[in-house]
Design a protein. Structure first.
Length: 279
C-alpha cells in the first residue's frame, strides 16, 4: 500500500504529536513576540517623534525673544586668538588686550560625563564680561556629549540664553570629541552629525554664527564635512605647520601657549577671517 505525502505527515504527527505540538507552539510564540516587538518599536518611534516635536514647540516659545542683535561683518585677514575656560583661572584681560590678542573663544559650558547635567563654565561670566569690557571680540564654544536630539536641543537653548546678554561677535562653536566613549558609547556617527547640525541650526536661527570644532581624527573618521559646508570650521592640530587642506576659518595650533595676563598654558588660535561688529 502506498501512502501519500499527506498520509505520511499525518502518521508522523500522530506518532510524534507531543513534539509537533511543541514545535507549533514555539512558532506561534515566536510570531507573537515578533509582532509585539514590531508594534512596541513603532510606538516607541511615535512617542520619540512626539517628544521631539513637543520639545521643539516648547523651546520655540521659550526662546522666541532670544536673539543676537549685533550686526557683524566678516573681513578676510589673519588674526591672532586664544581659547579659554575655567582652566586658565582668573585672567588679567587688560594685559591680554595689550599683548596683541585679536579675539577670544570662551567656553560657556559643557555636559557633564558623570550625571549628564549641563554645567556653566565657572569662569564664563567673568571671562566674557572682562573681554567685552576691554573690547576684545569674543566667540564661545560648548563642549557637548549629547546622545540624542533632545539633549542637543537642550544644549543649544542653554547656550543662547546664557550668552544673550553679552556681545558675541565671533561664532558659537559646537565641540564634540567623545566619539563612542563614556556616555556616548553606542551613539552612531550619523546621530552625532545630525545632533551637531541641529545645534548649529538652532544657534543660527537665533542670530548667531554656528561653527564646528574638530581635529583631523574627527574629520577622517566621524564628521561628514559635506553636510557642514555652510558652517565655518575650527580645526585643531598642534603643529608648526597646518597640514589640513580643507576649508576652515580658524586653526587651533597649540595648547601650551603663553600670553601675558594668563598664568600657565593657554590654547593658541589663528583666524583667517576677522569678525567685526558694525557700529
Amino acid at each position: 500500500m502506498q501512502y501519500s505525502l499527506i498520509d505520511n505527515f499525518r502518521n508522523f504527527a500522530i506518532q510524534h504529536r507531543i513534539m509537533v505540538v511543541s514545535f507549533l507552539c514555539v512558532i506561534i510564540l515566536g510570531m507573537f513576540i515578533y509582532l509585539f516587538n514590531v508594534g512596541y518599536a513603532s510606538r516607541e518611534k511615535t512617542l520619540e517623534f512626539e517628544e521631539i516635536h513637543n520639545l521643539i514647540a516648547e523651546l520655540k516659545e521659550k526662546d522666541k525673544e532670544v536673539r543676537n542683535g549685533l550686526e557683524v561683518t566678516k573681513v578676510n585677514k589673519v588674526v591672532k586668538g586664544i581659547d579659554i575656560s575655567s582652566w586658565q583661572g582668573n585672567i588679567d584681560f587688560a594685559k591680554v588686550k595689550d599683548s596683541g590678542i585679536d579675539f577670544i573663544m570662551i567656553r560657556c559650558g559643557f555636559r557633564n560625563q558623570v550625571d549628564a547635567e549641563i554645567k556653566e563654565d565657572s569662569n564664563f561670566r567673568y571671562n566674557i564680561s572682562e573681554a567685552n569690557k576691554y573690547g576684545i571680540p569674543v566667540g564661545v564654544y560648548f563642549y557637548s556629549t549629547a546622545r540624542n536630539e533632545e539633549e542637543v536641543l537642550e544644549e543649544a537653548s542653554f547656550v543662547i540664553n546664557l550668552i544673550n546678554e553679552y556681545e558675541v561677535v565671533y561664532p558659537v562653536a559646537y565641540d564634540f570629541e567623545m566619539f563612542n566613549e563614556n556616555r556616548t558609547v553606542g551613539v552612531t556617527d550619523a546621530t552625532i552629525n545630525s545632533n551637531a547640525l541641529r545645534f548649529l541650526g538652532y544657534i543660527e536661527n537665533h542670530g548667531y554664527t554656528g561653527m564646528l570644532y574638530t581635529n583631523l581624527r574627527g574629520i577622517e573618521k566621524h564628521w561628514d564635512l559635506e553636510a557642514f559646508k555652510s558652517y565655518p570650521l575650527w580645526y585643531a592640530q598642534y603643529a608648526d605647520m597646518n597640514s589640513f587642506q580643507g576649508q576652515h576659518e580658524m586653526w587651533q595650533y597649540a595648547n601650551n601657549g603663553r600670553v601675558d595676563g594668563i598664568i600657565g598654558n593657554v590654547d593658541l588660535d589663528e583666524g583667517y577671517v576677522a569678525y567685526e561688529k558694525v557700529d
